[in-house]
Ligand binder design. Structure first.
Ligand SMILES: [Zn+2]
Ligand SMILES: [Zn+2]
Length: 292
């Protein structure tokens, strides 16, 4: 497995390593269940489905259901699936792996003994390509719940961790302007990554660009304070301002943000916070962002 060309996908506590160019083309999720389809820019290569469960799930029934779906999609009766257990060092619980001869498809189905989550992961070969151990490499890196006190989120090469109490409220995966919005206590915390920093900034200073960007997407009232900071990156700015509070035009809430340019990744990264909770300030949360 060539680590250089692999990166993480992480969502609602599920994470795994996958080839870099495989990214979500369809994503539906809430706290309890989710469905993500990844393509390699041409065809679908990976499918992920998860669901909360209270009791023990019938994995064999899930296999049957999946085989029926495959038969429908292939408009043909398929060979019997070869079902095996599969082992990983990290996952506890029931696990099955099945493949079907004649179509380069491999499925991993598991139920975690700790969190009871049921996860289905399907990996598909591109036309004329042998799947080999591609599925195995992905499945071995799979985690079905977060370890420790933090949850890793990752998509389109943007990776960061948030505390367990954060809850995803909104996201924007339009490539070029990635945004993940979380609620935590009385705050909203948003993680930003914009690609092609050199094109976005041209000859503009980061501070000016951030002022326009922040004003465009947040309901800022009054003046924004933007100050340059010295740091690991060549340009970083801190922002302070206000947004409307619960009673519009009467109450206000503080707004804080921290943005920086990562020249190595040619991206603009940022974290913003609406609300008073001191522990979720951008200067703390920005340490959780992996850029280079
Ligand atoms: Zn689990
Ligand atoms: Zn960086």
């Amino acid at each position: 497995m060539d680590q250089e060309n692999w990166n993480y996908f992480g969502w609602e506590g599920i994470s795994f390593l996958k080839p870099k160019e495989w990214e979500p083309s369809q994503l539906e999720s809430d706290k309890k269940k989710g469905y993500v389809v990844f393509d390699d820019g041409v065809v679908c290569r990976l499918q992920l489905r998860w669901q909360e469960a209270k009791g023990e799930a019938d994995l064999d029934r899930i296999v049957d259901r999946q085989v029926k779906k495959l038969e429908k999609a292939n408009e043909d009766s398929l060979q019997k699936p070869k079902i095996k257990d599969y082992k990983t060092k990290t996952l506890q619980g029931k696990r099955l792996r099945f493949e079907i001869e004649g179509i380069e498809t491999c499925y991993y189905i598991l139920q975690c003994s700790q969190c009871k989550r049921v996860v289905l992961l399907g990996v598909f070969g591109a036309e004329g390509e042998k799947l080999g151990d591609l599925g195995g490499n992905i499945a071995r890196s799979l985690m079905d719940h977060p370890e420790g006190e933090k949850v890793m989120w990752a998509a389109f090469g943007f990776r960061f961790s948030v505390p367990l109490e954060f809850s995803l409220e909104n996201h924007n995966l339009r490539s070029g302007d990635l945004r993940f919005e979380f609620s935590a206590d009385k705050s909203r915390v948003v993680f930003h990554r914009l690609s092609v920093a050199n094109v976005l900034l041209k000859n503009e200073k980061l501070g000016n660009w951030v002022e326009t960007y922040v004003t465009d997407i947040y309901d800022i009232v009054g003046k924004l304070e933007v100050a340059a900071f010295e740091g690991k990156h060549s340009e970083s700015v801190g922002v302070e301002g206000q947004v409307p509070g619960r009673v519009k035009f009467i109450t206000k809430k503080p707004f804080y943000a921290f943005f920086w340019v990562c020249e190595k990744e040619n991206g603009i990264y940022g974290v913003s916070q609406t609300g008073n909770d001191e522990k979720w300030r951008p200067e703390n949360m920005m340490k959780e962002v992996e850029c280079h």
